[in-house]
Design a protein around this ligand. Sequence first.
Ligand SMILES: Nc1nc2c(c(=O)[nH]1)N[C@H]1C(S)=C(S)[C@@H](COP(=O)(O)OP(=O)(O)OC[C@H]3O[C@@H](n4cnc5c(=O)[nH]c(N)nc54)[C@H](O)[C@@H]3O)O[C@H]1N2
Ligand SMILES: Nc1nc2c(c(=O)[nH]1)N[C@H]1C(S)=C(S)[C@@H](COP(=O)(O)OP(=O)(O)OC[C@H]3O[C@@H](n4cnc5c(=O)[nH]c(N)nc54)[C@H](O)[C@@H]3O)O[C@H]1N2
Ligand code: SF4
Ligand SMILES: [Mo]
Length: 717
Amino acid sequence: MGTSVDTATHCPYCSLQCGVAMRPAPPRPPVIEPTEFPTNRGGLCAKGWSAAELLDHPDRLLTPLVRTDPADRRSPFRPATWDEALGRVVDAIRTSQERYGLPSVGVFGGGGLTNEKAYQLGKFARVALRTPHIDYNGRFCMSSAATAGNRAFGIDRGLPFPLADLAEAQTILLVGANPAETMPPAMQYFDAGRAAGATHIVVDPRRTATARGATMHLQPTPGTDLALANGLLHIAIREGYVDEDYIATRTTGFEAVRQAASKYWPDRVERLTGVDETQLRATVRALATAGSAMILTARGAEQHSTGTDTAQAFINLALALGLPGKPYSGYGTITGQGNGQGGREHGQKADQLPGYRRIDDPAARAHVAGVWGVDPDELPGPGKSAVEMLDALGTPGGVRTLLVFASNIVVSAPDRNRVRESLRALDFLVVSDIFLSETAAQADVVLPTAQWAEEEGTMTNLEGRVLRRKQVLPPPDGVLDDLTFMSTLANRLGRGEFFSADPRVVFDELRRASAGGIADYAGITYERIEKEDGVFWPCPDEGHPGTQRLFAEEFATPDKRARFIRVDHRDVPEPTDLEYPYVLTTGRIMQHYQSGNQTRRSRSLQMTAHDPRVELHPDLARQLGVAANDLVELRSRRGRAVFRALVTDTIRPDTVFAPFHWGGAASANALTDPTLDRYSRMPSFKVCAVAVARVGGPTDPAAASPPPLSSESRKDG
Ligand SMILES: Nc1nc2c(c(=O)[nH]1)N[C@H]1C(S)=C(S)[C@@H](COP(=O)(O)OP(=O)(O)OC[C@H]3O[C@@H](n4cnc5c(=O)[nH]c(N)nc54)[C@H](O)[C@@H]3O)O[C@H]1N2
Ligand SMILES: Nc1nc2c(c(=O)[nH]1)N[C@H]1C(S)=C(S)[C@@H](COP(=O)(O)OP(=O)(O)OC[C@H]3O[C@@H](n4cnc5c(=O)[nH]c(N)nc54)[C@H](O)[C@@H]3O)O[C@H]1N2
Ligand code: SF4
Ligand SMILES: [Mo]
């Protein structure tokens, strides 16, 4: 597009979607500068600064790859034309469909895809493949808080207010979130609040950078947040802090919750969580006596087999204090992926149609089928959730041919060894990615795709604000963007008439498909987004201003009231024992993003965070004879992984923390527990039992310090 002016767009990574300006600098990739966009206001983290490094990275996939021997997935890859690669994909789809029926083809999507691509992928599964089986990595991310939000409020918008409201709240309780590393530019709102006298309380088993800056830090054992929330509610009730008027006029179901809370005596909660009674009381007082208060959760509280109920427990607390709908107050969850919000609204989920409609609702089916121009009876029903779909790969009734878009499941799904086995049981695996990920390395066919700055689309950020991602340069020769790929493949499958490769056409169709749904985008246009710094959904028509704040008057439930739901503490699925005496929790460091398939390729990020490191308390290190930088092996009931020791007193002595950004020998997900939440189907990423042992010294050339790309992604490649 050879212009010399800056293009205003957004960082490709997390849900903060920081505004950036990109200045073309041919023949090098464009130069990135932060803009004054309302989320980042001139801030950017190291990942954002480095994002353009990957546009012309030598590892980029530039042609489709196929196996030299189509019958042997262990044979080497060779470059192929699109025609040949698509031919193999179509043959595999047809073979599975003929042998095992339509549901034997599955799709796995991602929360990084634009709204247009996520929407089109859901439609592609239902209309081109006619399979019920589509799910996505958001199941690993937002599903518990989403389920709880839908249950309690009738709507799932992560933050029911703009981010800037955080600076105005007098008290914030932040549970299992580490924005200082996961969304650094958002810290300016927390900092502004504290500078103005706000009280911030962080709940985290680690004294993170976020916790260090807060007013108070509660340091519970992983997996006990539900008991903590019920304990706070118990105190609020006993000390007369509940808002009886609000409860009577705006909610239902409090009595059962009040009764349940009566069992959460502070000393019992102290025993369950490890947080002492004084801190519990101080937290309640800070929330209840402030003029405005927010309770925010993120993955630390949610990625558990009790994640939905845990989010609900914090919603119960917020409702009892009368917070949701009051100015600068309420409950929110901090969405993770770039389009984690929009990606969970328009049909990538197994049980969902666009506009956050349910696929088992006859009226929703009729509406969406009308927009798509198909017979409602043709639309499949709900399919299996992510982990359940992966577990059933290659089994009778399970998926035989799987198409993966924008997820690196071999690194990011729980119980990696089992995932690898399941993928091996497939008849055919297709992966669309920018780079040869660990998952792509196991595929039969790999398809190169365009990157963020090479295509147009929209993203919905953590606030529910719909943004435009703009094209700054064309994709490399021979690389097709996902929309073009989907419509080309649909064409080959005889369903091409239903699909467009033009993002504007797809977005306009999405608007119509979402119209009247919960996540209503009908009034949002590319032009409005541009003029108004984004538009907040719901936005039912072009004259509607968009909805920055929810719940002031009513909730989105049928009776317009929020629902209290009784929830009870349950022990973690895998308690520690003599063989596996420590608790492992997992998460993120600032420099790397998710499975690391992108950020591990950035030279500047690798320079500051090359080594996968496990955090251990000095007492534990001493007991195990581990010194700083030693190699340490973690072992769980499912696998092993080796990390370099980071000895730090910021973590509980009974707990170790490992990032999940690496594959190969340093894969945290070789260890994690796939036990699912019964409602959201979220796995237990944040708690399992492990053994810990020293396996080498700091200069040992052994397993850890994998090369920038874990050996795994090269092995079969
Ligand atoms: N640098 C970076 N930033 C990112 C991402 C990334 O990969 N890298 N990913 C993006 C995405 S998709 C997401 S979902 C967000 C996630 O953002 P966060 O939720 O902030 O990130 P995590 O590190 O997964 O977990 C947060 C904290 O939970 C704590 N924790 C662990 N177990 C428990 C527990 O049982 N209870 C409590 N209360 N806390 C616990 C961990 O110690 C950790 O500090 O980040 C987004 N931003
Ligand atoms: N142990 C543990 N595991 C976790 C978590 C945890 O806290 N602990 N967190 C979970 C969470 S919250 C999340 S969100 C998941 C994320 O885990 P993944 O789904 O693996 O996330 P990414 O690494 O972002 O994978 C995106 C892939 O798509 C590629 N890609 C990027 N853009 C595009 C595009 O436009 N089209 C296509 N086709 N490909 C693209 C990237 O190169 C990358 O390989 O991990 C989960 N796994
Ligand atoms: S905070 Fe998120 S959106 Fe902003 S620069 Fe960092 S990764 Fe990108
Ligand atoms: Mo996430």
